[in-house]
Design a protein around this ligand. Structure first.
Ligand SMILES: Nc1ncnc2c1ncn2[C@@H]1O[C@H](COP(=O)(O)OP(=O)(O)O)[C@@H](O)[C@H]1O
Ligand SMILES: [Mg+2]
Length: 379
């Protein structure tokens, strides 16, 4: 548990960046700190691990004032992930993730195991990327490594300062989703800073909205949306954000109709040919008469030469999204399996099309959205 009690941060020039903050973050919860640029989010966060000193008041960690810990000890117990990622360029990916375990003097075997487990967890294959240097990875991959590093020594607490702020909206959505899955397993107590209300609503168990160093409202995402305390909150949660747009677009309007499909009973050659035509790695299987989605087959299975019946996976509902769902739901389903395309079904279960990542990317990068994203960055 993390508690802010009457916390004030006054800089030497007399400016109050944090003004009488009272806030409790419960074990296993993600508390999102949100608010306009300059409202004191980073300052509040960095006071927890004493990168910044408190001027007045105190911050308790499991009931103990944080100034009773040596700063170094404190920082080893608190994972810290930031937007600039902060990977050390001259160290390999594995060595970057190993920083805190090495400081704690773990033996090398244990470190190696832990590092590879963490990289796996964040979706970075250690056997492929472990010995590379940060610049050899994409921005999204580096961000994943940053998260792995923050989890290095299995700290009970995590501080995350706009950790996914530097990547494009779709990659950000992927990272958010993956991080929530990881959090389900590891159940850390997290303070997560963002200025993106969509991210706050998606990630937060509770959201603390700050303005000019003061806490304006601290509530669950639902309550914040349903019961904004004042005009400032109302305006803030209502601001147009790119991913929010995916909530507003229906699957029907974002799907393509021409998807790889074969009737049940097709031969392996037919399945392979259909995938080739669509340059896809999976093909959807439908009932010949009704057109209902029955399941799918993957290229690797088709090429393994197994019997046609054995290469088909029958689980239509878990992989499909309904026509009247939102594009945001389609994205969630897309991220939950490894297809290039999420199949779309109508009310009768008939396969009517598919939604791809590329298509969603194009949608959120449409001109109006782009301008909004630029405004946001300039904030
Ligand atoms: N060393 C400093 N001296 C004076 N003011 C500062 C100092 N560091 C930060 N500030 C001010 O404190 C306010 C809060 O900063 P910060 O916590 O970084 O905001 P946020 O993370 O919400 O964008 C800003 O107005 C910033 O200019
Ligand atoms: Mg900040």
């Amino acid at each position: 548990m993390i508690e802010f009690k009457d916390v004030i941060k006054e800089y030497p020039n007399g400016f109050r960046a944090v003004d009488n903050l009272n806030l409790t973050v419960h074990d296993g919860e993600i508390c999102v700190l949100i608010g306009p640029s300059g409202c004191g989010k980073t300052t509040a966060l960095r006071m927890v691990n004493r990168l910044i000193d408190v001027t007045r008041g105190e911050i308790l960690i499991d009931g103990q004032p944080n100034d009773e810990f040596e700063p170094e000890i404190l920082r080893r117990q608190i994972g810290y992930a930031i937007q600039q990622i902060g990977l050390l360029p001259h160290m390999t990916i594995r060595d970057n993730v190993a920083i805190v375990p090495r400081l704690l003097d773990w033996d090398e075997d244990r470190i190696r195991q832990r590092v590879d487990l963490l990289l796996d967890m964040v979706g970075i294959d250690p056997s492929i990327h472990g010995d590379k240097y940060p610049r050899q990875l994409s921005g999204g991959q580096q961000q994943r490594v940053g998260v792995a590093r923050a989890l290095g020594a299995d700290p009970p607490l995590m501080l995350m300062d706009e950790p996914f702020g530097a990547v494009d909206p779709i990659t950000r959505a992927i990272l958010q989703e993956e991080f929530l899955q990881i959090q389900q397993e590891v159940s850390k107590t997290i303070i997560f800073v963002t200025h993106d209300i969509d991210e706050a609503i998606y990630m937060g168990d509770r959201i603390a909205l700050l303005r000019a160093g003061r806490l304006v409202q601290y509530d669950s995402p639902d309550d914040l949306l349903a019961k904004p305390r004042d005009d400032f909150v109302r305006e803030f949660v209502g601001a147009d954000r790119s991913l929010k747009r995916l909530h507003l677009i229906s699957v029907k309007d974002s799907m393509i109709n021409n998807v790889p499909r074969c009737a049940q009973g097709a031969s392996l050659d037919e399945l392979a040919q259909c995938m080739d035509e669509h340059r896809a790695n999976n093909v959807f299987i439908i009932d010949e008469n009704s057109g209902k989605l029955l399941g799918w087959a993957e290229r690797s299975a088709v090429e393994s030469g197994a019997a046609p019946e054995e290469v088909i996976n029958y689980a239509p509902t878990s992989i499909a999204v309904a026509e009247d769902a939102t594009a945001r739901e389609a994205l969630s389903v897309l991220l939950s399996h490894s297809f290039d395309l999420t199949p779309v079904i109508d009310a009768n279960g008939i396969l009517t099309g598919g939604v791809s990542i590329q298509r969603l990317q194009d949608l959120v990068e449409a001109p109006g959205i782009h301008a909004a994203a630029q405004r946001e960055r300039g904030q």
